[in-house]
Design a protein around this ligand. Structure first.
Ligand code: 5GP
Length: 175
């Protein structure tokens, strides 16, 4: 409860971004506060241990900011899942539906050892589409899903329901 209050107190509402009528959750005040950011990274690293993760995936771009230090702290490897066209080598790609149109994310197919348990980290779970696509990529690359961890879940969008089939029993943790 204390961690939750600290984290929530450092997230700012920005109305009408990126479109009129949307209230964007801005995490930059949290990143600028070493006590809050440090506590968040410690909590994410503890989730890695609790769920027996062998690797951490970060989702571009804000997921990288949280996932990379958590992986270093947990002493496990970090793997980026990027927007299409950004990774240098051969890639696996996964398209998914957005509110308007589609998006595509990619991973290097050799990023995981067979059977690696992977924890996916992102800043915000909104509709759940991005996280859902990431779980497909991880399984297609031969790894297992240890869980999904986010700083903030926008419960009114019910991404948790969309993600539940893809989780296949793995946990969704919202700090
Ligand atoms: P979803 O695919 O769940 O609809 O959208 C999640 C993705 O969009 C995440 O990668 C997240 O970074 C970004 N996102 C959506 N809404 C917000 C928001 O209000 N604040 C932040 N920081 N990111 C958001």
């Amino acid at each position: 409860p204390d961690l939750r209050d600290l984290l929530l107190s450092r997230i700012r509402d920005v109305p009408d971004y990126p479109r009129p009528g949307v209230v964007f959750k801005d995490i930059t005040p949290l990143l600028a506060d070493p006590a809050a950011f440090g506590a968040l990274i410690d909590a994410l690293a503890a989730l890695c241990a609790r769920h027996g993760a062998d690797k951490i995936v970060g989702l571009e771009a804000r997921g990288f900011i949280l996932a990379a230090p958590a992986a270093a702290k947990a002493e496990i490897g970090f793997v980026p899942i990027r927007k299409a066209g950004k990774l240098p080598g051969a890639t696996l790609s996964q398209a998914y539906e957005l509110e308007y149109g589609t998006a595509e994310i990619e991973v290097h197919p050799e990023a995981f050892a067979p059977g690696d348990r992977v924890l996916v980290i992102d800043d915000v779970l909104a509709t759940g589409g991005t996280a859902e696509a990431s779980l497909s990529l991880i399984r297609r690359a031969g790894a297992e899903v240890a869980g999904v961890a986010v700083l903030l879940e926008l419960a009114f969008l019910d991404g948790r329901s969309r993600l539940t089939p893809a989780l296949a029993g793995a946990p969704l943790e919202a700090l």
